[in-house]
Design a protein around this ligand. Sequence first.
Ligand SMILES: *[C@@H]1O[C@H](CO)[C@@H](O)[C@H](O)[C@H]1NC(C)=O
Ligand SMILES: *[C@@H]1O[C@H](CO)[C@@H](O)[C@H](O)[C@H]1NC(C)=O
Length: 556
Amino acid sequence: MAEGSSLLQQLDAGLEQLFAGWSIYTTLLCLGLVTYLLYPVFFTRDPDTHPLLLARQCSPSYVRQPGESAVYRSLETPLSYPLKSGLNVKEPGAPRWAAGKDGDLRDVWKKALRGPIDDEGKPAGEPGKIYTVLGSEGVTEHRLSDVTKEINAVGEYLVQHGAKRVAIHVPNSIEFLVTLFAASFYSFVPVIVLQEQSSEALSDVLKTTHADTLITAAGSVSLQALLEQHPGLKQVIWVVERTSRHMDWNEVPEGVGGKAEIAVWHDIIEERKSLAPTGLPTYNVEKPPPNVFAVSQGALTKGYQVGEFTQHNIVAAIAAQLSVLPRPHRINSSDMLLSLAPLSSSYPLTIALAALYSNASLALTSVSGEKVPYDAAFRRVKPTIVIAAPSTIREACKTFREQPRGMLQKYAIWQQTKSLAEGIMPKLSSEHPRPRLIYTFESSDNRADPLTLAELEDLRLLTGARTAYAFTDAKVAGAIAQTSIYDYRRSEDGEQAAFGGPLSSVEFKLVDENGHKNSDEKALGKLVVTGPAVVGGETKVDRFMTVTDFNTLAYA
Ligand SMILES: *[C@@H]1O[C@H](CO)[C@@H](O)[C@H](O)[C@H]1NC(C)=O
Ligand SMILES: *[C@@H]1O[C@H](CO)[C@@H](O)[C@H](O)[C@H]1NC(C)=O
């Protein structure tokens, strides 16, 4: 009894103290705390999408051939519909019901340059912009009309110098985009080469793809070694950083003289700037621009794969990326996209092109690749859409997980986790710049473990962004499959994340091989992908895969 009363006494004393020190701030604090704790009890939101759409993320065909699984298609293009083949490009003012063309890369630039227009074809806002993030020097802003001038200057130069196949060996930069679009307008073949190649690998790639011109960072490769191994190289264009432009880069090193012509990017632009038209060059709409070669490095084989994409492959992939986003989350003119993955991979490239096509802005940073930290995306710019390699995501999640947290922070995370489990994307406070969409992707020849469901959940808690996780292959433009941005599923154990349903530009099936057999209960086998985004129309991916209970593609 005595003990009990003394406890109460203590409590009372505590309360008295609390009330003695009570002030308007304590009241506000308490009110805030109570509102914060009770808010979710009284205001519940509907899940972001209908649960049935997550339970069946793509549509299988009703029959399957012997030795094969059913054919799986995107919910946007069920079996009786044609797969998405292009951008449905219409001239401004064309009637709504008129059928559009599939289009090509020239249409992408044309539309980006024109900017937003209203229903009558009148300008309805500023076109997007391109920003270059330079380490210490800050951010340079490029208007698309100025970039068009560069496209014309470089295009004309290359045509006059007889370039037929131009290797682009530069980081994510304005030079990369200018050369890519110049190739389409001026009809030469761009060969997009991944950076971080050894000198031998580079000359090997140039030889295999019969490149006659190389655009690369000044001094990044040994010209002599290149020319020895690939005498077919006729000219080299150095891209020189602002800080080293005072040096003479036109000089040909001794012993190499006469074999290859050397030019410097900024000289070409300077010389032709006043002459080059600011508008688009005139081009033959009927004549499709040449194919785009993309050279990717196999992580396992150490060899490389050359994907020869037709313009059709690329626009189909862009169109699929545009339409896969649910209407409220489409890329629009207030977005800025930044890729921490090299644009020489077709997946980041098609998303960047989709952003340009949607009047969004691009931010280009030359730091890109597997080892780049997530925070690098937010140096000096505030992108709303970020593309990053899985290793970048994994590192960011690890740091997030290990962060020390106070009680209320832990409670907030618990709330957000609960909200995700209910299918609702929580709104995070925004003291940091927050992207709204994050894309990441696993390439078929990358043998590292895919991201786990837990990691993808950490990513959502860390960033508040919706996430698409894609499965790509060197012979398919863009991606084969990609998770729904509404799929917030998680699991306690280390369960690997699946890749979602196919995009609308492809369909896939699994075929029996080496004892991996399809049955009525389970789809299991090597992945065969068909459709407008696939090089040659069909390819077999060298991976055993399966289809989950949610109709999503996953490693077997
Ligand atoms: C972007 O511009 C095109 C025309 O070039 C227009 O059709 C489209 O509606 C614009 N989109 C946005 C989101 O402003
Ligand atoms: C673009 O989309 C975002 C997110 O969906 C939205 O908040 C914003 O208002 C949109 N901007 C325009 C210009 O439509």
